[in-house]
Write a protein that binds this ligand. Structure first.
Ligand SMILES: [Fe+2]
Length: 170
């Protein structure tokens, strides 16, 4: 059984992961409105990843006989100055997610809650990849610097992203 404190923090994280999906779906809609359908696809797949993260915490809390409490969420940002701005906001968002995962890990470690530490280890590794994806695309967008042909090629590349549920033990 997990402590009330840890349960409360895990519930916050479930809600935050769903909120992340909401943020990326709003970005997908912005990209589609600018006719960047590949970028739009990429953000939709990212939203699927976030829903997967939320459900991984959700299933864990259920397995630990904890009570899940879903909440409303703030409005996401719907308009952006550019693709680059959307990716910069996303990258900053992922850094916040990482700090939340670290904070959860600190609490689980203090409480010697080893099952939760094991779950969080998966998320720590996942965040390395998430941050790297966003920072990599920011660098490429900066290099492209609005060159239409390069943007077209990147849009085509990002159209190929598909959601593949990660192989996990639960
Ligand atoms: Fe996530």
């Amino acid at each position: 059984m997990i402590s009330e404190k840890l349960l409360s923090e895990l519930n916050k994280q479930i809600n935050f992961e769903f909120y992340s999906a909401h943020i990326y779906l709003a970005m997908a809609a912005y990209c589609a409105s600018e006719d960047f359908n590949g970028f739009s696809n990429w953000f939709k797949v990212q939203a699927e990843e976030e829903k997967f993260h939320a459900m991984k915490f959700y299933n864990y809390v259920n397995d630990m006989n904890g009570r899940i409490v879903l909440e409303g969420m703030p409005n996401p940002q719907n308009d952006f100055k550019s693709l680059l701005e959307a990716f910069q906001i996303s990258y900053n968002h992922e850094k916040i997610v990482t700090s939340k995962i670290y904070n959860l890990t600190d609490i689980a470690t203090e409480e010697r809650e080893h099952a939760t530490i094991s779950l969080l280890k998966w998320f720590i590794d996942e965040q390395v990849e998430e941050e790297s994806n966003f920072s990599g695309l920011i660098k490429r967008l900066e290099r492209i610097n609005d060159d239409p042909t390069s943007l077209y090629l990147l849009d085509t590349e990002l159209a190929a992203r598909v959601f593949v549920p990660p192989v996990t033990t639960r």
